[in-house]
Design a protein around this ligand. Structure first.
Ligand SMILES: Cc1ncc(COP(=O)(O)O)c(C=O)c1O
Length: 378
């Protein structure tokens, strides 16, 4: 395709930093760049600890272990999300309980959460879709009253805030993704944010195969040993080096994405006003990071027609999640509490347009022109 849906971010310094790791013969986990990345996020979000991980999937698995999720527990989340949000808990024997989303933000409907709580519920997992925050005050209040963990899936939420607080730093645990499709990338990677000190020591042990190897490396114990179940959740310092180049330019990347987003919003305003499409909505409590730009078509058929038209013109758009409760594994490991009023309907008409750092104005104009052309011909 001439205009791709995504191009991984690259700022220019990445290779220099990776080369430095190689030349210093420090390429395994928890090297100098991992430390720099962790500190960058701690400073930016105000959490007690950030631990770089091999993926957001793994950060969520760590969160599930830290929350002590076990066989028979229930965890509440939206069905409109990536499989990893659910997998982390299913792997620990929990049942996933889905509730409907809000059609305006595509985030979990905070007003439906309480009705899904049972004596088995242990956690709520809000997913900040498109980097737009969920209604966190309501969610935190419900969690407090019912003594539940809040684990934020902030895979798409780096640099976004809700009422001035960084997404991922509001709940007990927050999970970021640095997959190549995200605003800041290291190929594959993620981070676990720990709001309070309470879970820091356990998290460090779980991430290092359940051992106190980190203390050994700091010279605080003579030998390292197996203390509890864990896994290898720490990434190579070469990946961390790639990410650090982008963190140094985080504001530039964020500004460029927001400009691109605003241009789309401006260009499609007339179509939205004419009732042809719907545009994304950002609540006033939220500052977003322009992680994606989507439009909503009238229905599935109209969207599929648009996908076909754009592809025929060398432009690659993308639909998004197939609601998890309708999937093979979803049927086995989950239940949908209440009515699926919006999850399926809205997922079938949402279409993401090309959006990445360094998307040129000319290419963006062409995407807009082709979308308009399609609707004119309808
Ligand atoms: C909402 C959400 N959660 C989790 C993930 C998993 O992220 P990773 O690929 O870093 O494991 C993704 C990936 O796209 C996602 O969109």
């Amino acid at each position: 395709m001439r205009i791709n849906f995504n191009v991984p971010p690259y700022t220019g310094k990445e290779m220099e930093y990776i080369k430095e790791c190689v030349e210093n013969q420090k390429i395994c986990g928890d090297g100098a760049y991992t430390k720099k990345d962790n500190e960058w996020f701690e400073e930016k979000t105000g959490v007690s600890k950030c631990l770089l991980t091999t993926s957001c999937t793994h950060a969520t698995e760590m969160s599930a272990i830290l929350a002590g999720i076990k066989e028979g527990d229930e965890v509440i989340m939206p069905s409109y999300t990536f499989v990893s949000t659910a997998n982390a808990f299913v792997l620990r024997g929990a049942k996933v309980v889905f509730v409907d989303i809000r059609p305006d933000t595509m985030n979990i409907d905070e007003n439906l959460i309480e009705a899904a709580i049972t004596p088995k519920t242990r956690a709520i997992v809000p997913v900040h879709y498109a980097g737009v925050g969920c209604e966190m005050d309501t969610i935190m209040d419900i969690a407090k009253r019912h003594n539940l963990f809040v684990i934020e899936d902030a895979a798409q939420g780096v640099m976004s805030t809700y009422k001035g607080k960084a997404l991922g730093a509001i709940g007990d645990f927050g999970n970021y993704s640095f997959h190549e499709t995200k605003n800041y990338s290291m190929g594959e990677g993620g981070a676990l944010l720990l709001r309070d000190e309470t879970y820091v020591n356990d998290a460090i042990i779980i991430r290092e195969k359940g051992t106190n190897r980190t203390l050994y490396q700091l010279g605080k114990v003579d030998k390292y040993t197996w203390l509890q179940p864990g896994s290898s959740y720490l990434p190579s310092d070469m990946n961390a080096a790639y990410l650090y180049a982008q963190l140094q330019m985080a504001d530039e990347i964020n500004d460029a994405r927001l400009q691109c987003y605003d241009r789309y919003m401006e260009a499609f305003r007339d179509m939205a006003e004419a009732g042809l499409i719907e545009l994304p909505y950002v609540p006033k409590e939220c500052v977003h990071n322009a992680h994606m730009f989507y439009i909503k078509c009238k229905d599935f058929e109209e969207r599929e027609g648009l996908i076909k038209y754009l592809k025929a013109n060398d432009i690659l758009p993308a639909s998004h999640y197939v609601p998890l409760h309708t999937s093979t594994a979803g049927l086995k490991y989950s239940r949908f509490n209440g009515e699926d009023k919006y999850t399926t309907k809205e997922s079938l008409r949402l279409l993401r347009l090309p959006m990445y750092y360094n998307l040129t104005r000319e290419d963006q104009d062409e995407v807009v022109m082709r979308v308009k052309e399609y609707y004119k011909a309808l």
